[in-house]
Design a protein around this ligand. Structure first.
Ligand SMILES: [Zn+2]
Length: 187
């Protein structure tokens, strides 16, 4: 018997008792091989510990309950509909806000002129004009900052444009393959 075979017998020993012949073969090998003798002693020690340990049965339905929880986890994590819903929701809100913002910004002078001429809005206008001044100031700063940033980017290198395109293509490909992959079936 070689060490490999001895290892197999030891694994078998851990699962249940060996036949008399197998036990004798293993004992004979352990008598000539210090490594296997050490391993076998360790396994025997583990088995002895186990036999002293009182086994407690899990309550009825325990395994089913655990497996049910496990099955529920990947179902949520892998559900493409769930993420699509979240993503489209965010995009929807974002688009509506952008659209409203654009409409307001493009027509702000007309809207403000109209409102300031209407007496009913006088109090409201007095209230919002500092806010409006602040917001347009902020918007102007943001726009200026963005322009400076964009100019900087364009001044730097044309290749960046291609890099951005490449990144979008890769992201689209990743999305495509992630969507294509079948959800893993659990049982
Ligand atoms: Zn050996």
């Amino acid at each position: 018997m070689d060490c490999h075979k001895a290892g197999e017998y030891m694994m078998k020993f851990m699962d249940g008792p060996l036949s008399a012949r197998e036990a004798a073969e293993l004992e004979r090998h352990a008598g000539t091989c210090a490594t296997c003798a050490e391993d076998f002693a360790a396994y025997r020690g583990i088995m002895a510990d186990f036999s002293e340990t009182e086994l407690i049965c899990a309550p009825e339905g325990f395994e089913e309950a655990v497996m049910g929880k496990i099955r529920a986890l990947p179902a949520i994590a892998r559900s493409p509909e769930f993420f699509d819903g979240v993503v489209y929701g965010i995009w929807g809100v974002f688009s509506v806000l952008i659209g409203l913002g654009l409409i307001l910004v493009l027509n702000r002078d007309a809207i403000l002129a109209d409102m300031s001429q209407n007496a009913a809005y006088a109090n409201f206008m007095a209230l919002i004009s500092p806010v409006y001044a602040y917001v347009s100031d902020l918007a102007g700063n943001i726009a200026a900052g963005w322009r400076a940033f964009a100019n900087g980017v364009y001044a730097y290198a044309e290749p960046i444009k291609y890099a951005v395109v490449a990144i979008f293509v890769i992201l689209a490909a990743v999305q495509f393959f992630a969507r294509k992959r079948e959800p893993v079936k659990t049982r």
